[in-house]
Design a binder for this molecule. Structure first.
Ligand code: AMP
Ligand code: MG
Length: 496
């Protein structure tokens, strides 16, 4: 929709700005996406489209499919790929960059402008050994998870649409190409700063920091030390984002510094996973043999990544002491956010002494019994203060050790009585904090296999379910089920 006239616009008329393209040439390479043969529409997200004033039905038109596959470039778009570096699995990896992502420009929207980026749009100068492409499988996973996370209220980049082509792409086996159009106010990463720091290029470091502050942290522009404020705020946002991950059992899988957003958004959905049978040491990424990015390790790794950013910003901040001060924001910001989220997940209105112990005992119970994370919290919302064993059964049956569950439930009920908790109010509040539907690997896999056979209805249906993760949706009960036996063999890796 044209925001001035209220009329439908053609893809060619998309009102792109190109703010990143205005940075000096060292920051990016201008280039054209590489067309794919006969691209077709696969899916679009209505809530994401609304952020840039578009309608999903417009996006399905061939005009938009061509632009958002990279087969045609809109008049006002100045496509580019950005350079960045990063630490991968804790090791300095040197220059990386957008190896298969091409930014088309920024589109205006009511919530601010959104950078529009095609992932899988062909070779770039940063492709290294890669082919510049993304397969349908991983594009659908990124598309679905971006939108699922947004619906869960977790800061994330967004996904506008996915297009596909019959072009064969070689991974472990031959798959087909797809392009996911993703959006974020900016895709600048921690690694974008590390890039200039490690090359000793202070001017570029400052230009990039000023660009980020001017556009997304304008409140720090006049501060005594804006770069220290920037680091402190990015640290807080990162900590809060990770608290959000822990609270829904999301595991990113590849928390390399080139995958950490300067806005504190979940970025780069690859071998991610949602916790099912609870295990704090669960590793969702088959490639991550050492478990650097296990569920429990996400918290310290987030801090480590902020340190890497702090190190890169040091020439601008001044002294290590000032950078350390900014980084000290991590633990309190994480602790406060997780505490708030856990109180909400347990339906607790106030904060009392002993709550920490209640939470700790709960995680020990989940760990010992490997109870399904999502089902546990959702069913906990149904618990009655004066419930009997029969009423507790759906929840209690998630635990092999029923006596251990009963002991914890006794502790929980005693805590609820302290604040005169009402069953009805608590249930409603807990169902707004504990999703019923998350993107379990088997749900993604089922929709993907259908899509690989040319039927996208499963993707559309799953997207609709995940857009309302907190609603009961009795007609979609099957999507809330524990993984079937075949899903035990599912492995996700960096291959995408
Ligand atoms: P990731 O771990 O997926 O975030 O990717 C790390 C780096 O590898 C980034 O610089 C990506 O752009 C690049 N990359 C990943 N897959 C490909 C590919 N198929 N072609 C080109 N570059 C890729
Ligand atoms: Mg990446």
């Amino acid at each position: 929709m044209n925001i001035c006239t209220g009329t439908a616009i053609t893809a060619d008329e998309l009102p792109f700005n190109n703010s990143f393209a205005e940075l000096p040439p060292a920051f990016h390479t201008r280039l054209m996406p590489t067309p794919l043969p006969a691209p077709t529409f696969i899916a679009a997200s209505a809530p994401a489209a609304a952020l840039v004033g578009l309608e999903p039905q417009d996006l399905a038109g061939q005009d938009f499919v061509d632009v958002f596959t990279g087969n045609k470039v809109a008049v006002r778009s100045q496509p580019l790929s950005a350079v960045y570096s990063g630490h991968q699995f804790g090791v300095w990896a040197g220059q990386l960059g957008d190896g298969r992502a091409i930014t088309l420009g920024d589109l205006p929207g009511e919530g601010g402008q959104m950078e529009i980026q095609l992932k899988g749009a062909g070779l770039t100068p940063y492709s290294r050994m890669g082919d510049g492409r993304a397969v349908l499988r991983s594009s659908l996973r990124e598309f679905l998870c971006s939108e699922a996370m947004a619906a869960l209220g977790i800061p994330t980049t967004r996904a506008l649409m996915v297009t596909g082509s019959h072009q064969p792409i070689m991974r472990e086996s031959v798959e087909t190409a797809a392009v996911v159009t993703r959006m974020a106010p900016t895709f600048v990463r921690f690694g974008s700063f590390e890039h200039w720091y490690h090359r000793g290029r202070q001017d570029e470091l400052r230009i990039l920091a000023d660009y980020v502050i001017k556009n997304w942290y304008p409140e720090f522009a006049g501060a005594a030390n804006p770069y220290k404020e920037l680091l402190a705020e990015v640290t807080r946002r990162t900590a809060r984002m990770i608290a959000g991950w822990q609270a829904v059992g999301f595991m990113h899988g590849v928390m390399n510094t080139d995958n950490m957003s300067i806005l504190g958004l979940t970025l780069d959905y690859g071998p991610f996973g949602f916790m099912e049978a609870f295990d704090a040491n669960h590793i969702c990424n088959h490639t991550d043999q050492g478990g650097r990015y296990s569920y429990a390790n996400q918290v310290p790794v987030g801090h480590w990544n902020c340190y890497a950013l702090g190190n890169a910003l040091l020439p601008l901040i001044g002294t290590p002491e000032e950078a350390e001060e900014a980084l000290d924001a991590y633990r309190p910001a994480f602790g406060a956010k997780l505490d708030e989220l856990l109180h909400a997940k347990l339906g607790l209105l106030d904060v009392r002494e002993g709550d920490e112990a209640l939470f700790d005992d709960m995680f020990k119970l989940l760990q010992a019994n490997h109870a399904d994370f999502t089902l546990f919290f959702r069913r906990l919302g149904e618990l009655k203060l004066d419930g009997d064993l029969g009423q507790d059964a759906p929840l209690r049956d998630l635990f092999l050790d029923r006596a251990a569950f009963d002991a914890w439930a006794l502790q929980y009920r005693a805590r609820l009585r302290l604040e005169n908790s009402s069953d009805e109010r608590r249930r409603a509040a807990m169902h707004r904090a504990n999703p019923k539907y998350v993107l379990r690997n088997y749900l993604a896999q089922t929709a993907i296999e259908q899509a690989q056979n040319g039927d996208y209805s499963g993707v559309h249906k799953l997207l609709g379910v995940l857009e309302r993760p907190f609603d009961d949706q009795p007609e979609n009960e099957a999507y809330a089920a524990m993984p079937p036996d075949w899903a035990a063999h599912l492995e996700v890796s960096c291959s995408s």
